[in-house]
Design a binder for this molecule. Structure first.
Ligand code: MN
Length: 204
């Protein structure tokens, strides 16, 4: 049984950058629905003891009629757990330590990193995600995926550590058609300590 993370902050805590109604709908409806459907599909497929990572790695072993729905809803479950877990009120700023050093080394500077992942987020046509991911050696990569896909499904050894959800449900109530403005403001609520923990786990 896969469970949504419990939010360690109130639904209105990320105001004004992420509004309470968006949080209520996004976490309470969209994420809840992905999670419930994912659990139902796993039961149908006879999955009892696989982790979600194992499910993404073994999608091709699943019954053909359940493969697509499990990819979509499992992605929706996993991606949003990661998304909501790296947000926090009163955060933003910049990463420190090993993650900061690797970002500078890989992308030139923090500002260049922000420009590149923002371009991945705004350039994703239709619904999807932009990602910062890490492999076991600590290499970083920016990418973008459609729908509820994520880098784990690509099987290249990269684990997402920072997601940006660019489905319209993530920003439309407040930002309407202005995805770029949502992406810009999103950096005010990133909890870089949580991202750094994800980075350490990706290398473990
Ligand atoms: Mn979403």
């Amino acid at each position: 049984m896969f469970k949504q993370i419990q939010l360690p902050y109130a639904l209105d805590a990320l105001e004004p950058y992420v509004d309470a109604l968006t949080m209520e709908t996004h976490y309470g409806k969209h994420h809840a629905a992905y999670t419930n459907t994912f659990n139902t599909l796993c039961e149908k497929a006879g999955i009892t003891d696989w982790t979600v990572e194992e499910i993404f790695a073994k999608l091709s072993e699943l019954p053909e009629d359940l493969r697509g729905p499990i990819r979509n809803n499992g992605g929706g479950y996993y991606n949003h757990n990661l998304y909501f877990s790296i947000l926090a009120p009163g955060k933003g700023g910049r990463p420190t330590g090993a993650l900061a050093a690797k970002i500078d080394e890989t992308f030139g500077s923090f500002d260049e990193f922000v420009a590149k992942i923002s371009a991945a987020a705004t350039g994703r046509f239709g619904s999807g995600w932009a990602w910062l991911s890490a492999d076991k050696a600590g290499n970083l990569e920016i990418s973008s995926t459609p729908n509820q896909d994520n880098p784990l499904m690509e099987g290249r050894g990269f684990t997402p550590i920072l997601p940006i959800d660019v489905w319209e449900h993530a920003y439309y109530l407040k930002y309407k058609n202005l995805r770029a403005e949502y992406v810009k403001q999103f950096f005010n609520v990133i909890n870089w300590d949580a991202v750094a923990e994800n980075y350490a786990k990706a290398m473990a």
